[in-house]
Design a protein around this ligand. Structure first.
Ligand code: ATP
Length: 238
């Protein structure tokens, strides 16, 4: 059984079709990059998977259950953590309070405490500054915080929208080191949206490219980067 099955979905905003007949499947422990130019429908795909927007057609299955049409909190409870674009932290709350909020739906406080310790182990910078207001963190640290917060529910799948947006290259490297470590050491499944294909090629794994709401390319990122196909698909050359 696949972890995630997106089967022929179409998503519309009024008269605009943002995603058309799109299909995708992901296995446990897999990292999948969704790339493509501005307005291609990448965020819409994540929102559809997380239950934030409902597809007009098609079906989405997660952990073997049909989830399209379900509210986001139900899908989160099944093991999906979504990190939307823009690094939304609660600036007036401390780092630790931000993380604890992430564990919101966890019933067992002892387990939440254990996960908190694990998140601190993964992101020592958050542990060092746990009592500081989240608002004073740098962009890179805020990205660590939102990823850490997403891990507080011990998800099966973390879906992240443009983790490198607006960050300096060195900081992007750090964010990706962390993501790669989560993949390699914990077998976490990652669905990462990035406009550029560069990070997908560097990190390795499968890549899907969207353009104007349709899938134009899919395959091993490094293999695809060897020929001209990547650029041709990205820019729509014949
Ligand atoms: P970006 O890299 O700019 O974030 P994207 O690939 O994530 O782009 P989407 O944000 O999914 O693309 O947008 C796909 C299309 O849907 C675009 O044409 C966008 O303008 C449109 N769109 C997105 N959200 C809405 C909305 N809430 N209402 C109307 N149109 C929308």
């Amino acid at each position: 059984m696949s972890l995630l099955n997106v089967d022929n979905i179409t998503v519309r905003y009024g008269r605009l079709t943002a995603l058309r007949n799109f299909s995708l499947s992901m296995e446990q422990g897999e990292t999948l990059f969704v790339t493509g130019p501005n307005g291609a429908g990448k965020s819409t795909l994540l929102k559809a998977i997380a239950g934030v927007v409902a597809p007009a057609e098609g079906r989405i299955g997660f952990q073997g259950q049909k989830v399209d049409g379900n509210p986001p909190e139900n899908i989160a409870r099944l093991g999906l953590s979504m990190v939307p674009e823009g690094r939304h932290v609660f600036g007036a709350l401390s780092i630790e309070e931000n993380l604890i909020l992430g564990a919101g739906m966890r019933k067992n406080p002892a387990q939440a405490k254990k996960t908190l310790a694990e998140v601190y182990e993964m992101f020592p910078v958050l542990a060092e500054r746990k009592d500081s207001h989240a608002g004073v963190l740098s962009g890179g640290q805020q990205q660590m915080l939102v990823i850490g917060r997403a891990l507080m529910t011990e998800p099966q799948l973390v879906a992240i929208d443009e983790p490198s947006l607006g960050l300096a290259p060195k900081i992007i490297d750090q964010v990706y080191e962390t993501l790669t470590r989560l993949r390699d050491e914990r077998g976490l499944s990652l669905l990462i949206v990035e406009q550029s294909t560069t990070r997908a090629v560097m990190a390795g794994g499968r890549m899907v490219m969207l353009r104007s709401g349709e899938k134009v390319l899919e395959g091993d990122a490094r293999e695809l980067s060897k020929g001209d196909a990547l650029n041709a698909a990205y820019f729509g050359f014949e």
